[in-house]
Design a protein around this ligand. Sequence first.
Ligand SMILES: Cc1cc2nc3c(=O)[nH]c(=O)nc-3n(C[C@H](O)[C@H](O)[C@H](O)COP(=O)(O)OP(=O)(O)OC[C@H]3O[C@@H](n4cnc5c(N)ncnc54)[C@H](O)[C@@H]3O)c2cc1C
Length: 339
Amino acid sequence: MKRSHNASLKHLNSFSVEARAGQILELECAQDLQTFTSEHVFDPGEDLILGGGSNVLFAGDVSGSVILNRVRGRRIVNDSDNEVLIEACGGENWHQLVLWSLEQGLSGIENLSLIPGLAGAAPIQNIGAYGVELADVLESVQAIELGTGQIHHFNHHDCQFGYRDSRFKSTDAGRFLITRIRLRLKRKFTAKLQYAGINDELKAMDVITATASLVSEAVSRIRQRKLPDPAITGNAGSFFKNPVIDRASAKLLSAKFDGLPHYATQDGNVKLSAAWMIDHCGWKGYRQGDAGVSAQHALVLVNYGSASGQHILELANAISDSVTCRFGVELQAEPRIIK
Ligand SMILES: Cc1cc2nc3c(=O)[nH]c(=O)nc-3n(C[C@H](O)[C@H](O)[C@H](O)COP(=O)(O)OP(=O)(O)OC[C@H]3O[C@@H](n4cnc5c(N)ncnc54)[C@H](O)[C@@H]3O)c2cc1C
């Protein structure tokens, strides 16, 4: 197990903001996981599990330990006619896992191509993009309970998935270290092209018959065009969730604000476009010092260089307040904010 004391977290978060950790523990193999759970008493108030750091904002330091789960490994568990069960360790890079699944002739996660981060973090907020979310394919999660060292297995239902949400982000936040995920993928490809942009991109690529690999390529091309690359401009993707409100309130809002995009959810509520509301409050392309709102995408807050996490958090709060003031809707941050 690698250990470093009083270490910088700047290279470990996609916002590239400076923050420090009392110590960083890097777990590289199953033995490290065992040693860690038997020797370390995890304090959720002071310690932090960190994957790729692409969904966190450090607005303060971590006084205790930052634990990096870098245990890698992936395999096919079960291969039947059409359905194939794969397993990935928590330290696997998510996008590399998508590419590997395509190489195996499998489909199901191609729409989730190029989402940064590690497989162990994917269930935390039920990653989603372009009409697909992890919950659509997730079979089970293996996790270590940090307080006891006990290993737990959660099936799909146990994970309590919601829109950018799961028990690991809500009721059980900070309680488990996710060590493995199992996904149920398909040999027979069914394109999920309800997100109009994918069809347009496939057309632009001169594709006549879509395959899972071509959809992955189309999604990657759209993402590279639309989202700032964290390697160049620090960001954590969408900073705010799209707010979900009841139908009656949504009807009133739509009547008041012409053109406000809204989508019915499966549970009878309505999801509003946070990007549209932020844009209509005049924030898109805004910059104050090195903290700003992407000019390409109103949902993406960016660090142009030397912004602090606190600076970005203040900007996020100002955006959220202005949206509440104008639309009467509260925005919720998507990344985990460390204060
Ligand atoms: C450019 C860009 C685009 C993005 N696009 C999308 C998108 O389309 N859809 C989407 O859903 N997200 C998107 N994200 C957000 C982010 O990539 C995902 O949420 C990703 O799953 C985070 O993975 P990570 O390993 O970086 O997690 P981290 O940021 O390291 O951690 C996120 C949270 O998960 C916890 N955590 C991490 N690993 C574990 C583990 N093994 N066990 C227990 N807890 C853990 C952390 O404590 C933290 O609370 C985007 C981010 C960026 C920068």
